[in-house]
Write a protein that binds this ligand. Structure first.
Ligand SMILES: NC(=O)c1ccc[n+]([C@@H]2O[C@H](COP(=O)([O-])OP(=O)(O)OC[C@H]3O[C@@H](n4cnc5c(N)ncnc54)[C@H](OP(=O)(O)O)[C@@H]3O)[C@@H](O)[C@H]2O)c1
Length: 329
């Protein structure tokens, strides 16, 4: 396993990590989740990602039970949660969502209780909140840090301008700005990581814990001939994700990429994950999995990384045609 420093912090994250969105407490039970987390941990993964909204809090409870059961030293892993969406779905009342001091503080306390933990290593603002002044967010996150309830704070899917504003306000107040961002990043979604955040990487420093490296499984080739039963995009309630993820044009590119992966004697999934972590601005790619074979396969991305020569990258770019345009300035 390779470990990368999270932006300009001293924290080291395994370059491949493991998250529980969709899977924990929805697709898989305690026993299966424990197997996956143990396999991940035994192979050097030290970061586990979660959020209040995942399975409406049940995902954090499940992960917390597993962490208790395994008895792993608390100092050997990094644990996150995210707040914004609330966990009650349609039952959310005012103040049970968003980034107000009230919700961020209560969400942190609730996550700690569900996880049965004394502190979170990373606490993310799961989305920007136009209804809360950024000063309130910065002050609240710093307060939670000072109380020892969280160690670092971050953002998820914020624009470069929003992150920069948080840094300006934090600097003005003598407080800590966000140390890490959690954006989607894969061979189809590249703009934020490759363009929008460039000035932040350069001038401020920022770690990234990128999500959906396989575009929910599309980049494994499993959807090339339809939607297999039991797969994520076949799940009831996830029709929106299926519509967003699958298109004829995307499938054509995935098929072409599969041919290149076969030429390299590797799988499409490992090639796609290796491509994500070939970007040095990526601290860690958060993997998702419902089966141990998937995780076993995806961890081989570390061996595929050296195969990504300039020539291979050029061929990937030609197939995908998703490289974002850099601004002229
Ligand atoms: N901050 C945010 O807004 C945000 C949003 C989304 C995710 N995340 C985080 O990022 C993590 C990873 O995202 P993700 O789960 O979308 O990652 P992903 O790697 O794009 O998709 C993972 C899913 O693809 C399928 N899969 C994975 N490897 C496979 C393989 N080798 N062969 C066949 N199928 C395979 C599995 O689904 P099936 O077996 O069910 O088909 C698995 O659950 C999440 O758990 C969460 O922690 C954060």
């Amino acid at each position: 396993m390779e470990y990368r420093k999270m932006g300009r912090t001293g924290l080291q994250l395994s370059v491949l990590s493991f998250g529980s969105w969709v899977t924990f407490a929805k697709q898989i039970d305690d026993a299966a989740s424990e197997k996956l987390m143990s396999f991940a941990y035994d192979n050097g993964i030290n970061f586990f990602d979660n959020a209040e909204v995942y399975s409406r809090g049940e995902s954090e409870k499940m992960m917390g039970r597993i962490l208790r059961k395994t008895g792993w030293e608390r100092s050997s892993y990094v644990l996150s949660s995210k707040a914004y969406f609330g966990w009650r779905g349609e039952q959310n009342k005012p103040n049970q969502t968003g980034l107000s001091r009230k919700h961020l503080t209560e969400a942190c306390h609730e996550a700690l209780a569900r996880f049965q933990q004394e502190y979170l290593d990373l606490f993310f603002c799961h989305r920007p909140d136009k209804n809360t002044p950024i000063e309130e967010v910065v002050r609240t996150m710093n307060h939670l840090i000072q109380q020892g309830k969280i160690l670092y704070w971050g953002t998820s899917e914020w624009s470069g301008a929003e992150i920069m504003e948080a840094h300006m306000v934090a600097r003005h107040l003598g407080l800590e700005g966000p140390a890490v961002e959690q954006p989607q990043y894969n061979l189809f979604e590249r703009y934020k990581v490759e363009v929008d955040y460039n000035t932040i990487f350069r001038n401020v420093g920022m770690g990234t814990t990128i999500w959906s490296p396989l575009a929910s499984g599309l980049l494994t080739g499993k959807y090339n001939d339809g939607v297999p039963e039991g797969s994520r995009l076949a799940l009831e309630g996830f029709e929106w994700l299926k519509d967003k993820t699958i298109s004829t044009e995307r499938l054509e590119r995935v098929k072409q990429l599969g041919i290149l992966a076969a030429e390299l004697n590797t799988s499409l999934a490992t090639l796609a994950i290796a491509w994500c972590i070939s970007n040095s601005n990526v601290t860690t790619a958060i993997l998702g999995a419902t089966k141990e074979e998937q995780l076993k396969e995806n961890l081989k991305a570390l061996d595929v990384l050296p195969l990504l020569t300039e020539e291979v990258i050029t061929r990937i770019e030609a197939i995908m045609d998703t490289r974002p345009v850099q601004p002229a300035y």
